[in-house]
Structures are given as C-alpha cells and as structure tokens.
Write a protein that binds this ligand. Structure first.
Ligand SMILES: Nc1ncnc2c1ncn2[C@@H]1O[C@H](COP(=O)(O)OP(=O)(O)OP(=O)(O)O)[C@@H](O)[C@H]1O
Ligand SMILES: [Mg+2]
Length: 356
C-alpha cells in the first residue's frame, strides 16, 4: 500500500512526534536542554524565543540534521507506530524542511525541484504539474528555467519553501520561512501553511514574526536558553498573563476637550472589571485612549464575563459619546506579552515565586 494512504488514516488525535528529554550540547553550551514535547497529527507548532534560544537546533534535531546527545525523538512510521528517528529510516514518514538559507546557485528551480521530488519518491506522473502549480503560487513561473545565482534573497527563500514541500511530506519543518520576504510573499507563505494544515500535515514553524505565528499556529512552544518554558495553545497560555487587554476601536475620534471626562466616566462604570494592579511597564492607567488609532485600551481581569459586561456597558452607557467599530483581544499583543513575561520569569525565578 502507498505510504500516503496509510498515513491519511492516522487520526488527528494521534501523536506523530514525541521528544523525550532531548539534550543537544555544543561543548559546554546546552543548546537544547532536556526538552520534552508531544505533537499530534495536523498541529501547527510555533517555536518562539530569543536569539540563541535553541529553536533552529531543535528543528535540526527533528529534521534529522543532527543527533541529540541524550534523550530520544520518536516519530510515526509507515505502519502508524512511533519509532526512534534514527532507526530504520526507510520506514519513516516523509518530512520536508526549510532550515537556513538554501544554496542551489548553479542550478534552476525546475532541475532542483525535480531532483528533490525524485529523491523523495514523489509520483513522477504528477511532478510536472506540481512544479508548475507551486512556482505559480509563489510567482516564480517565469524563473522556472533560470539560473538561481541570479535570484534575489526573497526568491531563493520562496524556492526554499517550495523545495521543503514539493514531495508533499506529512511533516513540514520551517525555520523562519518569512525572512526576507515582501508582504505579498509573506501572505503566500501563510496561505500555504494554512492549506497544508487543512490537509492534516503536521508543521513546525520557528519565527520572530509573532503576528505570523499567531495567525497560523495552533500551539506555541516558547523556548529560552535551550529550555521549553511554555507549550500550549495561546488561549491556554494566556492564563499565565497577569494583564489582559481589550482594544476597542471607535468610528470617530473623540474631541480632545472631551477625553478626560469620558475616560473618568469609563473608569467609574467599568471599575469592577478592571485590572488595578497594573504592571507600570505596560500601562500606568487601566484605560487609555489613543487618538491616532481611535482606540481605547482597556486592561481588565481577563474573564469572559467581564469582557461581555464591558462590551454591554460601552454599547449602552456610552452611546452618546462614541460608536464602537470593533472590540477585540489582540492575539499578537497577547503573544508579545507572554513572550516577555515568560522569558523574564524564567530568568528571575525568585522574583516570580515572590510575586505568587
Ligand atoms: N553548530 C553549532 N556549533 C556551536 N554552537 C552552536 C551551533 N549551532 C548553534 N549553536 C549555539 O546553540 C545555541 C542555540 O542556537 P540556535 O541556532 O538553535 O538558536 P535560535 O533559537 O535558532 O536563535 P535565532 O533566533 O538567532 O535563530 C546558540 O547559543 C548558538 O550559538
Ligand atoms: Mg534560528
């Protein structure tokens, strides 16, 4: 039976990759330190963390470009069972990866893609169409037979993404796939990650672009100094945030002479739901108004009930003051805060304990 037909039967709840106490050292440096995590089929995992946190090293370990010093990486095999990544490699399911800037200067996209797809046993009869479709999706069709040495950085990066997925792998590993891309190409990459997700592929993405991560990832793996300091959905990780924010956009700017009285009235009406013990690095006030963005920023206690009550009050009691055009909890801001806070807590464990 063909590999894909077997894999297609793996339920979405099935673990496809498991890392058990994985360590990777470079001399005395613990680049990856005792990392354990379990990833289910179809999940998109975002690796986030500061420079040198161990994201690329972890992805290289999963992509089998390096071996761990200790611990093990298990991956699902063609029979649907977890097996050690470094044993019986012919029995493993297909992976594709984009790690580091690809170097294929002396060739053409057509030759490279054909070579990789053949190497990875992609069906020959479907290959030409697949090459054309992918090159067209990334606006590279007219470059199909041109020498890669004349490509721009972004074009090479896009080609690197296509190389990673040309053979339709079950597991896709992407290290900073959006680096060097213009906004349109970033959208193309995002669209592709989503379409791979719809097909049930399991995807790892490391990125410093937190917006991209919040847009495409189901779960966030936060790394710091080689250790996993958080691994869950953004919503589940959110409870770790001490401050929650609502952004309420309004249709017209508030006249400057009215701002103070409206803010005062807002603080009075929303008082029971606001966060009073605010971190001054985030804001000095529980409610702020930004005239450029025509938005109120409301720091509240983070419960669903409070957010509903706040919306009701704004709509009913402030009808004559402003009209709301949107009311949201911005995901990117959530992730930025989570990132800063978890890295900070990790570096200051004592302070964190005292705070609790
Ligand atoms: N081949 C290597 N030899 C020696 N040290 C290495 C090697 N590869 C990575 N390191 C070190 O391991 C640590 C983790 O590096 P890694 O590239 O995994 O970080 P990263 O999270 O991907 O960072 P960035 O956000 O800058 O890409 C760093 O301190 C780095 O200097
Ligand atoms: Mg890296």
């Amino acid at each position: 039976m063909h590999l894909l037909s077997k894999i297609g039967k793996i339920p979405m709840t099935e673990t496809v990759i498991q890392l058990d106490n994985v360590c990777k050292n470079f001399g005395s440096l613990k680049a990856v330190n005792n990392l354990s995590l379990e990833v289910k089929k179809g999940e998109v995992i975002g690796f986030v963390g500061p420079n040198g946190a161990g994201k690329t090293t972890t992805l290289k370990l999963i992509a089998k470009l390096m071996r761990p010093n200790s611990g093990q990486i298990l991956i699902i095999n063609k029979q649907g069972k977890l097996q050690n990544l470094h044993e019986n490699h012919k029995n493993l399911i297909e992976m594709g990866f984009l790690i580091d800037i690809p170097h294929f200067y002396n060739s053409t996209p057509y030759r490279i893609l054909k070579y990789i797809a053949n190497l990875r046993n992609y069906p020959k009869e479907k290959l030409n169409q697949r090459i054309d479709d992918l090159l067209s999706d990334f606006n590279l069709s007219k470059w199909k037979y041109r020498k890669i040495k004349n490509f721009s950085k972004g074009m090479i990066q896009k080609l690197g993404f296509i190389v990673a997925i040309i053979h339709d792998p079950e597991i896709v590993i992407l290290d900073e796939p959006q680096t060097g891309l213009d906004p349109t190409a970033r959208i193309d990459v995002r669209k592709h990650i989503r379409s791979l997700q719809k097909k049930g592929k399991t995807i790892f993405v490391a990125s410093h672009m937190l917006y991209e991560i919040t847009e495409v990832c189901d779960k966030i793996a936060l790394l710091n100094e080689g250790s996993l300091v958080g691994f869950d959905t953004l919503d589940n990780l959110e409870f770790l945030l001490r401050v929650k924010e609502i952004v309420c956009k309004i249709t017209k700017p508030i006249p400057p002479e009215k701002i103070d009285s409206i803010l005062k009235k807002l603080v009075q009406s929303l008082e029971p739901y606001l966060e009073h013990d605010l971190d001054p690095t985030i804001s000095e006030e529980s409610i702020k108004y930004n005239p450029n963005e025509k938005s109120f920023f409301i720091y509240y206690d983070g419960t669903e009930e409070s957010s509903t009550k706040i919306l009701n009050i704004l709509v009913n009691e402030f009808k004559s003051d402003f009209t709301i055009s949107s009311f949201s909890k911005p995901k990117t801001v959530q992730l930025e805060r989570l990132y800063t806070q978890m890295i900070y807590d990790n570096e200051n464990p004592k302070l964190n304990k005292d705070a609790i």
